[in-house]
Design a protein around this ligand. Structure first.
Ligand SMILES: Nc1ncnc2c1ncn2[C@@H]1O[C@H](COP(=O)(O)OP(=O)(O)OP(=O)(O)O)[C@@H](O)[C@H]1O
Length: 267
């Protein structure tokens, strides 16, 4: 459990996090926001990696598992030795280490790379090694900063399985790939204008429910909010829009529709 009250974080005069309150339970939270919104900054504050300018962050005194946005394993180390070293840093009992390392490697499908040098892993494998190391010792709090960047589709799907198996801890996952949190996050944390708003997935989708249409671009009206534009097979320009007028049969709304509308369409 994490209790954030009145958190203020600035870089020089620039405010990035403006007095936010956040009470996190043993659930999966997705932290969403555009580039530069302050996701990494917030996660680093919660981990205690950077000083804060005001407010308090309180949590149980347990282990924290953290995957930074830029994770680099020690290149010359063998994968197993690298994780063994992290077990040592996390004060995991020597007798439990081997099982623990095999468990986390297995869960990210890297058990067969256990004896390989970290430098020989691909970018996606390094990312998965990063996810694996965050789970060592079953931390009470797992913070993953863009864990699915660089993962292939199969591994991105598998990531959801891994996360849904961990139960008795608090998990915060930041991403811009909204599909990656579909059906996974218990709560969605939206970082906009230096503040946080919390939604569950259904309520977030409701922002655009029955309001998404695809119309020829020539029929777009002044008050329509354009989500995207594409050319169909007949080379006709089509716009995906949000409209409060009846424009025919509405399309099924997606998390991406709500995301774009929330960050760009709501003033
Ligand atoms: N060490 C720093 N010194 C000064 N400004 C910083 C520092 N780190 C981040 N910032 C600024 O703080 C803001 C938030 O950055 P942050 O990296 O937290 O955003 P983000 O939401 O994680 O972005 P992205 O999705 O691009 O990773 C940005 O405007 C960034 O330029």
């Amino acid at each position: 459990m994490i209790k954030v009250d009145g958190l203020l974080k600035k870089y020089g005069r620039k405010t990035v996090i403006d007095h936010i309150d956040l009470h996190l339970e043993n659930k999966t939270y997705a932290l969403l926001g555009p580039n530069g919104a302050g996701k990494t900054t917030l996660l680093r504050c919660i981990c205690g990696l950077i000083p804060i300018n005001g407010g308090t962050i309180k949590g149980d005194n347990g282990l924290i598992g953290y995957l930074p946005q830029h994770f680099g394993a020690f290149k010359e180390m063998i994968v197993y030795d690298f994780l063994d070293y992290l077990c040592f840093l996390k004060k995991i009992d020597k007798k439990e280490r081997e099982d623990e390392i095999n468990r986390v490697l297995e869960s990210v499908h890297l058990l067969d790379k256990s004896s390989d040098r970290c430098s020989t892993l691909s970018g996606g494998m390094i990312r998965r090694l990063g996810i694996a190391q965050s789970m060592l010792g079953n931390p009470d709090l797992i913070i993953l900063d863009e864990p699915t960047t660089g993962l292939d589709i199969e591994e991105r799907m598998h990531f959801k399985t891994i996360m849904s198996h961990s139960m008795n801890n608090t998990r915060i996952i930041s991403t811009h790939i909204v599909e990656d949190i579909e059906g996974l996050a218990d709560e969605i944390l939206l970082l906009k204008d230096h503040k946080i708003e919390v939604f569950n997935e259904d309520d977030f989708l409701k922002l655009t429910h029955n309001r998404v249409y695809e119309v020829p671009t020539s029929q777009v009206k002044e008050n329509d909010f354009i989500i995207s534009e594409y050319f169909n097979q007949n080379k006709q320009s089509i716009s995906r829009i949000i409209s409060d007028e009846d424009r025919g049969e509405p399309c099924e709304e997606t998390l991406s529709d709500s995301y774009i509308y929330y960050f760009k369409g709501i003033k």
